[in-house]
Design a protein around this ligand. Structure first.
Ligand code: MOS
Length: 744
């Protein structure tokens, strides 16, 4: 048995396919007779289409058809249920009517014989609009329509108001985060092909099963007649979790024109019609006693959603979800409210809720520590939660204190001089800040299939997908762990809805969910193999199946005889021994499952030239067991870079007069580049959480971004004395006497 394959540092088994360009992404599928679709996108954010003039566009070379609200087939909405796995965020169907809810909404779709011809014709479609007043941002929307409180996401205990009033130390501040846009390298794309009433979708989706079910509902088909194929993704960060209008439009157009259709969403419209992290405003009220123990904690947030979504079952950015249980506090209130704006419907973006939520909470914790006269790390230690007080359940495992210890030690936190601006290095003021990170661990039911084959290899399949994180590799590791076969003898197939049903690549669920099913299927395949071995004509005829063990891909009897898997099958003239398994979720009625961690951040502020940069990050992360320490470390490093982007650069800006996004491109939507990359040191704590699953793995995709922006803001305060409560921390906010832009 190769026990240590779990926790090993293994390069991605699909790496060579990606390096050589053989990995096929959605838009790489060039089907016979395929045609191309290009959208016409609304230039207004609110109102209606009054006329569409196609006279010029229809004369454009290569045009096959042009769809719009008066020329589009009747489709059905999906129930949009996460439980039924048919969820979308924008429930309105494309071209359902002539109403316009956001800039960038599809108002027409040109199908032509080439991408260039489709795009050229799309520019010639003339659309007239009647414009309505626009709700361009959170402040405008709250002023006009107020907010809607979501009772089911309200969490309270004790009596926070009197506890706050009578406390010795208190703070009351509001923190604001902007819209951020997912910018995966691979653009959203769909190739839709019909064969009779069977639909095949080569689709950029983080959930082939959910996508299959959505398309089945929308086109009124049995799920058996829809296949969604996504072997590779150039990431998604949440924007590809649930299908968007372009995919449905492509499939409908393909059926209408009777040919496969490819539709790629232009980068510019990935800022409008494929989701974003919404704007938030979060009021934090904290109070402590003289010992620095929290006696009252309130986290009340408002997030934007779309006008389409508001009032229905809107997307809620769950900013306070971690706050409910991260620290011990008897008197607590967490609320979530939304307000509808003329933007596309928002969606999950890496660590939804927790990323903006912990910016607010962990900034407030820093402010509270300073108010109470305590070191920020010591303050957090004093408020460690022994159990999840929001659920009244013990943690399955919580190594937060060890994360604090190890990261603080490696960072050198004890050498911090708490006086503001006191740490200098040449022209630069050095600031040190820290924050806790936190993410809920979720494991869902899952199916998987494993075969041991007569050629000596194993095969595993599951209808999950690899978003780029290394899912192929860890599935192979799980098979290797059970069978003893080396990774190069294990073939893994993911990313096809026709395989046994697996999880979305989201919420950091996939590892914890898929691996137990894969392992169970591998064990079933082994049982079947043993039954062949001990039967008539078998390699171990007469032996008891239970007496056979597994060693390096061989069956071994009690008396030491070994026979390779392949040989066992050959003797019986069988192609394979197969196992298919279903595994359930985690015991959430017995334990609260979360991952924990701590970020320690150094910033450098050069006042003379107004230059701020993040120079160093040390993070200790407790995710149970990291199944693959190479790809896990990679996840945390990537999340830290994304956190630097959140802290210093990222914001989608909208013109407050008309609601149109202004910086909807790579030149003006800033993300970190190499020059912005800090020195990063990731410590992976290794405490397997066997209450969660047999691998002890809780998943690692999201936790690294949580708390990072707060740690930066706290370091900036330490360097400059300026408390920035509105992300991103741009330099104008650190300069004295710079008038801030006014939002109407
Ligand atoms: Mo993640 S935001 O659930 O893809």
């Amino acid at each position: 048995m190769s026990d240590n394959i779990i926790g090993a540092a293994k390069p991605r088994i699909d790496g060579p396919l990606k390096l050589t360009g053989l990995a096929k992404y959605s838009s790489d599928n060039l089907l016979d007779d395929m045609v191309y679709a290009y959208g016409v996108f609304s230039s207004i954010a609110s109102g209606e289409v009054t006329n569409i003039d196609l006279s010029v566009a229809q004369q454009s070379p290569g045009v096959i058809d042009i769809f719009h609200h008066d020329h589009f087939p009747q489709l059905f909405r999906t129930p949009s249920s996460m439980e039924q796995e048919n969820k979308v965020d924008e429930e309105r169907l494309p071209f359902e009517d002539n109403q316009v809810h956001y800039a960038g909404q599809f108002v027409a779709l040109v199908v032509a014989d080439s991408f260039e011809n489709a795009r050229a014709a799309a520019y010639k479609v003339k659309v007239d609009y009647k414009t309505s007043p626009v709700l361009a941002n959170l402040a405008q929307a709250v002023k006009v329509n107020g907010t809607q409180l979501h009772q089911d996401s309200r969490n309270s205990r004790g009596d926070p108001e009197p506890a706050f009033q009578s406390a010795q130390h208190k703070i009351d501040f509001t923190y604001v985060t902007p819209v951020e846009t997912h910018n995966p390298m691979e653009m959203h794309a769909t190739v839709a092909a019909w064969s009779g009433d069977k639909l095949t979708m080569y689709d950029t989706t983080q959930g082939v099963v959910n996508a299959r079910n959505v398309y089945a509902k929308v086109f009124g088909l049995s799920p058996d007649r829809v296949e969604v194929i996504t072997p590779f993704l150039g990431s998604g960060f949440g924007s590809k979790l649930w299908p968007w209008p372009h995919a449905i439009a492509a499939a409908a157009a393909a059926r209408e024109v009777g040919r496969p259709v490819q539709l790629v969403v232009p980068r510019q419209e990935m800022f409008t019609t494929t989701g974003h992290r919404p704007e938030t405003s979060q009021r934090l009220r904290l109070a402590t006693d003289d010992d620095g123990r929290l006696v009252s904690l309130r986290h009340e947030s408002i997030s934007t959603t779309s006008t389409i979504d508001q009032g229905n079952n809107p997307y809620v950015e769950s900013c306070g979800k971690m706050t409910q249980g991260l620290y011990s506090c008897e008197n607590l209130l967490v609320t979530h409210s939304t307000t509808g704006t003329n933007r596309g419907t928002p969606t999950s973006m890496r660590a939804p809720g927790a990323a903006p939520g912990l910016f607010a909470l962990e900034s407030a914790m820093d402010e509270m520590a300073i108010e109470a006269g305590l070191d920020p790390l010591e303050f957090r230690r004093r408020n460690y939660a022994d159990s999840d007080e929001s659920k009244g359940l013990p943690w399955s495992s919580n190594k937060l204190r060890e994360a604090y210890d190890q990261a603080a030690e490696k960072f050198g936190w004890s050498k911090r001089n708490s006086e503001i601006g006191s740490m200098r290095d040449g022209n630069e003021i050095v600031g040190w800040g820290m924050a806790t990170c936190n993410w809920e661990a979720i494991r869902r039911p899952c199916d998987a299939r494993v075969s041991l084959r007569a050629d000596g290899t194993a095969y595993a399949s599951c209808a999950t997908q690899d978003i780029g994180t290394g899912t192929y590799t860890i599935v192979a590791q799980a098979v290797s762990q059970v069978t003893g076969l080396p990774l190069e003898k294990i073939e893994v197939e993911l990313g096809d809805s026709s395989y046994p049903s697996g999880p979305i690549s989201g919420g950091s669920w996939a590892t914890a969910t898929a691996l137990p099913a894969v392992a169970a299927a591998a064990r079933k395949a082994l049982e079947e193999l043993k039954s062949y071995a001990v039967s008539e004509r078998g390699a171990f005829v007469g032996a008891k199946a239970d007496d056979l063990s597994i060693e390096n891909g061989q069956l071994k009897s009690a008396d030491g005889k070994t026979v390779a898997f392949a040989e066992v099958l050959k003797q019986r003239k069988l192609a394979s021994a197969d196992g298919e398994a279903h595994t359930g979720g985690a015991p959430t009625d017995q334990y609260a499952f979360r991952s924990f961690g701590a970020h320690f951040v150094e910033v450098r502020w050069d006042q003379g030239i107004s230059n701020l940069r993040v120079s160093r990050v040390v993070s200790a992360i407790d995710v149970g067991r990291a199944v693959n320490t190479l790809t896990s470390r990679n996840q945390v490093e990537g999340a830290i870079v994304m956190g630097v982007g959140m802290a210093l650069f990222e914001q989608t800006e909208y013109d407050h007069r008309n609601g149109r996004p202004v910086n909807n491109n790579y030149a003006e939507y800033l993300v970190p580049v190499h020059a912005d990359q800090p020195e990063v040191d990731v410590i992976l704590l290794d405490y397997p959480d066997y209450k969660f699953n047999e691998f002890g793995a809780r998943g690692i995709g999201e936790i690294g971004i949580t708390g990072l922006a707060a740690a930066v803001a706290n370091a900036v305060y330490h360097a400059t004395g300026k408390r920035i409560r509105e992300l991103p921390i741009t330099m104008d906010k650190l300069m004295d006497d710079v008038p801030q832009a006014q939002q109407a």
